[in-house]
Ligand binder design. Structure first.
Ligand SMILES: C[S@@+](CC[C@H](N)C(=O)[O-])C[C@H]1O[C@@H](n2cnc3c(N)ncnc32)[C@H](O)[C@@H]1O
Length: 203
């Protein structure tokens, strides 16, 4: 199985922690390069073009690809990282893009030291990873008016109840986007798509 097939076959936090511990070292140069992985750039662009401001919490930050894209688009304020995997956060820490890095499970209540004006995420709301129950935990650490920009794999959007969860939020914008670019080396997944959900937390 490819790394991506292994990732899609996961079942919750314990599986994720094991897989990403092994995957962290090769994630950028292997998976992201080979798949021409564009989703972090699409989420960063959507967040900024909808008026997102900091401080930002990047959820399931992994090795920091979303923060790299926010910086590349000119965003200079604070970004914190949250991820289940300490090994993925170690890779992110090396890039010196984040202020705070928190090892935590977003499917549980979060005891973070601050609240945020922006909540971003790419690639974490997907097959076998994180379901819509995490949205309540994220809203608990969002400031009033905070902008959410979260990618959700199109294959789980209705099947895992994101459609119903987002219907309960006010004025949600949904943008469908390809996850990978035309140089992807995996024909089985090259056409996979995600939905970027954007909304402001009423507080
Ligand atoms: C596909 S990677 C995406 C990483 C990065 N955002 C990107 O786009 O490259 C998914 C990330 O979600 C993290 N993750 C999975 N389940 C999680 C959970 N319950 N709480 C927090 N992070 C989780 C994994 O450790 C992994 O780093």
């Amino acid at each position: 199985m490819t790394d991506l097939q292994n990732a899609y076959a996961l079942n919750g936090p314990d599986d994720c922690a094991r897989l990403y511990a092994d995957w962290a070292a090769s994630y950028d140069a292997g998976f992201a390069a080979d798949m021409d992985y564009r989703l972090p750039a699409h989420v960063a662009a959507a967040f900024l073009s909808h008026g997102g401001t900091g401080p930002i919490l990047d959820v399931g930050a992994g090795t920091g690809l979303l923060a790299q894209n926010l910086r590349a688009f000119g965003y200079t304020a604070q970004i914190d990282a949250l991820d289940l995997s300490p090994q993925m956060l170690d890779r992110a820490r090396e890039k010196r893009l984040y202020s705070g890095l928190f090892a935590a499970d977003v499917t549980q209540a979060l005891g973070l030291p601050r609240r945020y004006n922006g909540i971003t995420s790419s690639g974490t709301f997907t097959h076998g990873h994180v379901g819509p129950q995490a949205l309540d935990h994220l809203e608990a650490i969002a400031l009033p008016g905070a902008l959410f920009a979260l990618s959700i794999n199109a294959g789980v959007f209705a099947a895992n109840g994101f459609d119903a969860a987002l219907a309960r939020r006010p004025n949600v914008t949904l943008l469908e986007t390809p996850i990978y670019g035309s140089a992807s080396k995996d024909p089985a997944h090259a056409a996979d798509r995600a939905i970027i959900a954007l909304w402001r937390h009423p507080g």
